[in-house]
Design a protein around this ligand. Sequence first.
Ligand code: GRF
Length: 228
Amino acid sequence: MASAPAAPDAADSPEGAAQPGAGSRPPARLVVLVSGSGSNLQALLDAAADPGSGFGAEVVAVGADRGGIEGLRRAERAGVPTFVHRLRDYPSRPDWDRALTGSVAAHRPDLVVSAGFMKIVGASFMAAFAGRFINTHPALLPSFPGAHGVRDALAHGVKVTGCTVHFAEAEVDSGPIIAQRAVEVRDDDDEDTLHRRIKEVERGLLVDAVGRLARDGYRVEGRKVYIP
Ligand code: GRF
């Protein structure tokens, strides 16, 4: 059984269960990884900045695998530190992975969120953050994993697809599922229109899931995630 509460003082709890007085604990520390527009990151930043949201987490750093993206600009506008590790700047993929791991670890995250991060992390990263590394995917896993979840769902002709927030494991889009929401496919959808509607739902799902993990703690038994 993996047991990995996000919020700092829940770490002493037997199964990551919520502690009395949870509202007074410090916010869980999030490091968010992005590769593109960063609208999911923005949803996390907005929730963290809203004093009335009771979100229970703060974004302490944003990392990317490329420069010049809106995701990094969103972080900078919010005053959140950023770092970039481009694969091509490293002699090997394990070197890149170790550098990424070091930068994330330097911010002492309780949870690491891959929010549209389009690189597969390696062994160092998984060893450091397994059980607290979260990914959001624009399909209802285990259907349509991979980089083209929206396109593949459309091509298959499904009538309902959606989004999944899950713990990341070494195999892409495979880890225990934290939360899912469904989105109907319309006859006239193309990849862009469908992805846009999925992302509207996905942002709310991600904020809700991360907030619950941060506030309430969690435990993972086999493939099942329990949030008290
Ligand atoms: C999201 O749909 C995510 O699931 C997928 O890429 C999209 C990222 O969108 N992997 P954004 O950068 O958060 O706007």
